[in-house]
Design a protein around this ligand. Structure first.
Ligand code: MG
Length: 412
């Protein structure tokens, strides 16, 4: 194309890279005590950053994603980005002391094989839509730098240190800047390099870096939902929003029931709900004999009408000798996901005179919630004795009952 001002990024052959900024420490959302850096905090069973990565991967125009991370977060990032579509997600880049420096490092990582356009986006804005990405890319056909945002609709006041209003700021032409911020790659790389060489290091967004370098930067409207998750209440609202969206998409609610029993034999520990509990006996069985998870697996399989645990994992198969029953649970959850559904809730009742389950209840719930990919609040584990009646009462074994609620899409 001869005219460099009409890059026409909507054309199929334009190469659009995404640079995700995820190098912050996120203390405002509660810091490490509240579950680690907020970009890795679980939202609807997945790290926030993973949601953000997937939002861009689902968009056909994006060819590559590079994520800039904090030097302490290499393991978190590896776990979060494992099995992300190979080829399109590049290895993470370590960020710098400031946001500006982090972005520059990410741009340098792309410079060896430069894209035509780059979209710089906050790792903690998981709700970016395809429409916003389109608007940003389309605007780059007319402009060399664009920032998405929302026009200010509230009346804006400026106050002094004592809270007294000094003026009412005219809101005409005022925007709240968000991300993505899109640039012709060569433009923003050059601007960042010049700013760094000039010792300017504290610009808080890339639009400001482009402005500093003398480029015209244009605002593009995005939807109000493209929020940045900063505080605990942002996380709570995001969780509620994702849960509601998921549930609306999956209106076919099924409840399955499962029951299992295993006999005691000589040993020193039982495995219940994925937790090994020291005891005077062990449970007899081909696998780890986790009676609670076996009941739950059957409940999930029942909800999707897909046989039972014995059919999928026959005791005659030597592969399952001593196997951890979490493997069976993972398989049942996979079968639900293959149908486009989710396990929405599990409840287990363990019938045993001993050992005591109470001290291990939360550990079991955490394991089950982790495998099912749901908040721990959606997993119930209870136990009761059998009042010394029957085989459970005579301490001959342990029984378990479970229900699983599964949500599926309505078949087309
Ligand atoms: Mg069993």
């Amino acid at each position: 194309m001869s005219d460099s001002n009409s890059l026409a990024p909507a054309a199929m052959n334009v190469n659009v890279a995404v640079l995700l900024v995820a190098a912050g420490r996120g203390s405002r959302a509660g810091g490490p005590d509240a579950g680690g850096p907020k970009q890795y905090r679980a939202l609807a069973g997945k790290p926030v950053l993973r949601h953000t990565v997937e939002a861009f991967l689902h968009h056909p125009v994006v060819t590559r994603i590079v994520t800039v991370i904090h030097p302490d977060d290499a393991d978190l990032a590896a776990a979060c980005l494992a099995d992300v579509a190979a080829g399109r997600a590049l290895p993470p880049v370590t960020g710098g002391r400031t946001r500006q420096e982090s972005v520059r490092r990410g741009l340098e990582a792309l410079a060896g094989d430069p894209p035509d356009l780059v979209l710089v986006h906050d790792g903690v804005r998981p709700f970016v839509t395809g429409g916003t990405i389109d608007a940003c890319v389309d605007a780059l056909g007319r402009h060399e730098a664009v920032v998405v945002g929302v026009p200010v609709v509230d009346t804006v006041k400026r106050t002094g240190p004592d809270g007294r209003i000094l003026e009412t700021v005219p809101r005409e032409g005022l925007w709240r800047a968000a991300t993505p911020q899109g640039f012709r790659f060569a433009t923003i790389l050059d601007a960042h390099r010049r700013a760094a060489a000039a010792g300017v290091s504290d610009l808080t967004d890339d639009g400001a870096v482009a402005e500093w370098a003398g480029h015209a930067v244009h605002m593009v409207a995005c939807d109000e939902g493209n929020t940045k998750l900063t505080t605990q209440s942002d996380f709570a609202a995001a969780e509620a929003r994702l849960t509601a969206e998921t549930f609306l998409r999956l209106p076919d609610v099924r409840v399955g029931v499962g029951y299992d029993v295993h006999r005691f034999e000589e040993g020193d520990a039982v495995v219940l709900g994925g937790v090994t509990i020291p005891h005077s006996h062990k449970l007899n069985g081909h696998s780890d004999a986790d009676v609670a998870l076996h009941a739950l697996v059957d409940a999930i399989l029942g909800a999707i009408g897909d046989g039972d645990i014995g059919q999928h994992f026959p005791p005659s198969d030597p592969r399952w000798r001593g196997a951890a029953s979490t493997l069976f649970l993972e398989d049942a959850v996979r079968r639900v996901r293959e149908r486009g559904g989710i396990v929405a809730h599990c409840d287990i009742a363990i019938l045993a005179e001993a050992p005591k389950v109470g001290p291990h209840r939360d550990a079991m719930r955490a394991i089950i919630a982790g495998v099912c990919g749901i908040p721990v609040e959606r997993v119930g584990v209870k136990a009761t004795t059998n009042e010394k009646m029957g085989f459970v009462g005579r301490r001959e074994g342990i029984a378990a009952m479970a229900t699983a609620t599964v949500r599926l899409p309505v078949a087309p």
